[in-house]
Design a binder for this molecule. Structure first.
Ligand code: ADP
Length: 278
């Protein structure tokens, strides 16, 4: 039985640091190009993006709809492959890994939080949190998981099923599960997309606290300037390109940058149309 359920801690579970932790860059892509389709239906979702995601920081990826945010996250996290360029988790170049090694890397070194919680309804909160370790057949770091349970505020819900929890509580379970295996980086794709603003803010504060107090690394895709303002830095995409980075963001500054980006994108599209017509 898992230690989280028995309350045992310690024995044989000395805290371990993930391989590569402590390096300055948790994940990065270099000259990343992703093309969907071919010929007349070709879409260049990423058009030469180079970006580092610094270890120990909370980075938000922002940009207008269709700018390539999800594609960047999926390729950086090894959920999808680049057409050209390279993606690294720590020092591991993802295209150099066969399917089995890529699966192991995602399992052991990367955590995920999705918009749709993705909890297993038949398992309790405790079992959902430790599921990745249980599937992998590894014991997990009981002290670390215990600390996580307190950080996410779910101590009194450990034996409940997801259906007995609010959306915000379910996403907090997903956050604990994402960090449970000490991943080098947690990727979050619109983690507040299904939540009301109060629960969303709680989840964002939680991600921020986990980064700052527990020395974790988070990369979050969002289209919401309020969400992005919780990050340490925002990287902006437009038309598949990295167009700006903003340290210490505020909601107002992110909103203003997004508005300018929309104008610039429209301006560029207008100029292209005019050129095509002439
Ligand atoms: P964002 O997350 O910023 O909204 P996406 O990364 O989802 O942007 O998409 C970037 C571009 O790639 C868009 O034009 C989108 O329509 C296209 N795209 C994304 N996924 C696919 C796919 N599987 N097949 C074809 N085109 C896709």
């Amino acid at each position: 039985m898992n230690t989280l359920l028995t309350g045992r801690t310690g024995a044989g579970n000395a805290p371990r640091r993930a391989a590569g932790a402590g390096t300055a860059v948790a994940a990065r892509v270099v000259d990343a190009v992703k093309v969907y389709g071919a010929g007349g239906t070709e879409v260049r979702a990423l058009d030469g993006v180079t970006v580092d995601f610094t270890a120990g920081r909370f980075t938000a990826i922002m940009g207008p709809s269709g700018s390539g945010k999800s594609t960047l996250m999926h390729c950086a996290a090894g959920l999808d492959t680049l057409t050209s360029g390279a993606a690294f988790i720590g020092d591991a170049e993802l295209s150099g890994l066969d399917d089995r090694r890529l699966t192991l890397l995602r399992r052991d070194r990367v955590g995920f939080v999705f918009q749709a919680f993705n909890l297993l309804p038949t398992l309790t909160v405790a079992e959902n949190i430790t599921l990745p370790m249980d599937l992998a057949g590894v014991p997990g770091d009981a002290e670390w998981i215990d600390a996580l349970v307190d950080v996410v505020g779910l101590r009194d819900r450990l034996h409940h099923r997801p259906s007995e929890l609010s959306g915000g509580q379910q996403q907090r379970v997903a956050v604990a599960r994402a960090f449970a295996g000490h991943p080098e980086v947690v990727f979050a794709d619109e983690p507040t997309g299904n939540l009301d603003s109060r629960s969303g803010a709680e989840v964002l504060r939680l991600l921020g606290r986990t980064v700052r107090e527990m020395d974790r690394t988070v990369v979050m895709v969002t289209h919401d300037p309020v969400a992005a303002a919780h990050a340490d830095e925002v990287v902006f995409l437009a038309d598949g390109r990295l167009v700006d980075r903003m340290p210490s963001p505020t909601t107002d500054r992110v909103l203003e940058r997004m508005q300018r980006l929309a104008e610039e994108t429209e301006g560029a599209a207008g100029a292209r149309d005019a050129e095509a017509r002439s």
